[in-house]
Design a protein. Sequence first.
Length: 342
Amino acid sequence: MADPVPVQALPPHAQLIQFGTAYWASQMVLVAAQLGLADELSAGARSSSDLAQHLGLHPGALRRYLRSLAGMGLLTEVADQTFALTPLGAALRKDAPGSAYATIMTLTGDLCTKSWSELRHALKTGRPGIEKVLEKPFFEYLAERPEEASLFSETMVGFHGAEPPAVAEAYDFGVLRSIVDVGGATGNMLLHILKRHPGPRGVLFDLPHVVADAPAFLAPHGLADRVTIEPGSFFDAVPSGHDAYILSHVLHDWNEAQCLTILGNCRRAIASDGRLLVVEMVLPEGDAPHPGKMLDMMMLVGPGGQERTPGEYSALLGQAGFDMIDLVPTSSDVSIVVAAPR
């Protein structure tokens, strides 16, 4: 497949049109995930007519669809109307490393796209678009649906996949005795930190239905003796007396009042010489491009939080009794905001 023309090389009208048609590709990949196409082809090449019969689809329409996926690089036509997976397409298998399947199913699926359709509502009211769709907050919705909550946890592993090893490398966690991963879901961040730094012990803290998936996730890595799993809500309290508290993609989910509640509970729990480590896509000032700026819009239409600049984090932390003392970049898109209790 020919390389696409870089957006910046196109004239302005063509750039806008390319932005406008970007969802075509996402819908193509979503349907491939919904059909389980990568799993269907995992054993080898199959003809489009065979797949159509097996999946209950129109043979001619499916042949055209598979041809288009081949043009995108997910498949290759190895013989007339016979298709096989490429390495790119194989990454869409349900069990493939990187959790692309779960991420595609969540972020390009019906709920997310309907939420984006309410961007104007969010801009007018300041309220999350997803709340108009669901008629309730997003995390309340997930709490009522364990299977969707599990898919969402796997989606976060996929979407933020490069970040945990980068965070583990960028900060000296080895000097710490105990680390609480507040709102840590199934423990992906904590896993990478403990694997790289053998000294500290970890506490994984999140809602009961969220940490329910953590033992199975952590078990293959041999860290059971170094991780304690504690269920609970960070809006009520967090485990006390530890010397480091991580908030990884937690604060960006909530409005300012809710963030202050979470931070206040961390302030009451943290050791006097402890450190609060906020892992987020910290936004650059000015016009500089950054993936966090688009994620900020996802927070607007989704859970209702926001991404922040260094100055905005310093102000928020100050209200909760912390001083921002450092901003540590990583090799990924996130940075680590380091704060100390006053």
